[in-house]
Design a binder for this molecule. Structure first.
Ligand SMILES: *Cc1c(COP(=O)(O)O)cnc(C)c1O
Length: 421
């Protein structure tokens, strides 16, 4: 991987033909250190948020020793970097062969489940192993998250006590735990405390002793129109919630952050292949790294990366991606110099989570290059950059329009019920 001081240095040197993932490993280390220093929990990075090798390597260097994986491919990826780290297979629905392979070939000991059939499958596929850690995934309410994750997985409260009891009885020398996911991009720290109270009631009703409380992922990042509370409020809410749970002194606290570890670390450098009025046709789009810009209408922050002067006036643009599908449209608004034109490069920020990770090869596009850059991310929850996306400096009238437009996609994303993650 080549390192450039600035995205502009890369553009000057090689006017890249394919989109480039601009990555900032230091930002991943800083985020990982925040979790290790501020949350009294073992960190399991959720690999699906960004399964790049450099992310796994950077996290291991930063001291992260746990990875939340959901498939054999993710297990093999992490194992190709390290044989020592702990893997937790946290997909509540796994094939028999995946369980067997994970346990016998890759040393996976931690598995999640949300029903008794999956419990029996895990016991069966591991030959009744006595060293399993079994984690019951609980359904919790997900107010305050941009993406709900309870639609697909999690045992409902009325069935939870029986499953907790059955799982407790199945665990021999390993540990028994509970987990939940409050939903991705959770804007309300108290959602964790509320979920922990809900899970605590099920534990009391079941009358079981729980060895692990895993608060899952959901920790936010910064996007235009979405500036979350300070990360310390998340830590406080979780510690309060944990103190109030009916668990013992030795019960372990775990977490599985994905987005919050990687979101601010990467941008995409895309090229304008055509301009039609306020529409820019780019070489990356919804089938590439910009899934959320289409499906959740997130107006990611943008910067022109041009070797030369640009108009000081900013205009609102919409983007189209390179495929022939009309879904491949990103409404934005994306604020860029009014004189933007074919051949210009645009840096689209805050795409480290669920960006490159969502990329497909549809229509022959989707391949990208990768380069390290040394400048700061566009925004940061960890002090590397401002806590919010810088306000566009433009005429008062345009600014007023921008505020109105920016507030719309946030509401839409919040209302839309999704269970992709
Ligand atoms: C997706 C996922 C995560 C990570 O979620 P973020 O919102 O990215 O933090 C953690 N745990 C599980 C089980 C997941 O499915």
């Amino acid at each position: 991987m080549r390192t450039y001081q600035l995205p502009l240095d890369l553009v000057r040197e090689r006017s890249p033909e394919r989109p480039v993932a601009l990555v900032r490993p230091r930002s991943v280390s800083v985020a990982a250190l925040w979790f290790q220093d501020n949350l009294k929990a073992d960190v399991f990075y959720a690999v699906k948020a960004n399964p790049s090798r450099w992310v796994i390597e950077t996290l291991i260097e930063a001291g992260v020793r746990g990875f939340d994986v959901a498939s054999i491919a993710e297990i093999e990826l992490v194992r190709s970097v390290s044989h020592d780290v702990r893997l937790a297979f946290m997909h509540p629905v796994k094939s028999r062969s995946a369980i067997t392979k994970a346990y016998f070939e890759h040393g996976v000991r931690t598995f999640s489940l949300d029903c008794v059939d999956e419990l029996n499958k895990i016991l069966d596929a591991t030959g009744g192993a006595d060293d399993l850690n079994l984690i019951v995934r609980m359904a919790v309410s997900a107010d305050g998250a941009a993406y709900t994750l309870s639609g697909k997985f999690g045992v409902p409260a009325d069935q939870a006590p029986a499953l907790l009891l059955a799982t407790r009885q199945a665990v021999k020398d390993g540990l028994m735990g509970v987990s939940f996911h409050v939903g991705s991009q959770c804007m309300r720290p108290t959602a964790y405390q509320a979920a922990m109270a809900q899970v605590g009631r099920s534990i009391s009703r079941a009358g079981v002793i729980v060895d692990i409380v895993d608060v899952g992922g959901g920790f936010p990042s910064v996007y235009p129109g979405m500036v979350p509370p300070d990360m310390s409020e998340y830590a406080d809410a979780i510690h309060r919630g944990f103190n109030e749970m009916p668990v013992s002194e030795t019960t372990e606290l775990w977490c599985e952050p994905g987005r919050a570890i990687v979101a601010e670390s990467s941008s995409i450098l895309a090229r304008v292949d055509l301009r039609k009025g306020d529409a820019l046709y780019l070489n990356d789009g919804s089938y590439g790294s910009l899934f959320d810009a289409t499906h959740s209408r997130w107006p990611f922050p943008t910067k022109l990366v041009r070797d030369g002067e640009a108009a000081s006036e900013l205009k609102a643009f919409q983007f189209y991606g390179p495929t022939c599908d009309s879904i491949d449209h990103m409404p934005g608004p994306f604020w860029l110099p009014a004189d933007i034109r074919e051949g210009d490069f645009i840096e689209i920020g805050m795409l480290g989570a669920y960006g490159v990770a969502m990329s497909t090869g549809f229509n022959g596009y989707g391949e990208h290059d990768i380069a390290i850059v040394e400048d700061a991310p566009m925004a940061s929850l960890y002090g590397l950059a401002p806590r919010s996306i810088p306000t566009v400096r433009t005429t008062a009238e345009e600014n007023a329009r921008k505020v109105v437009r920016l507030s719309r996609p946030k509401g839409k994303a919040g209302q839309r019920k999704k269970s992709r993650r």
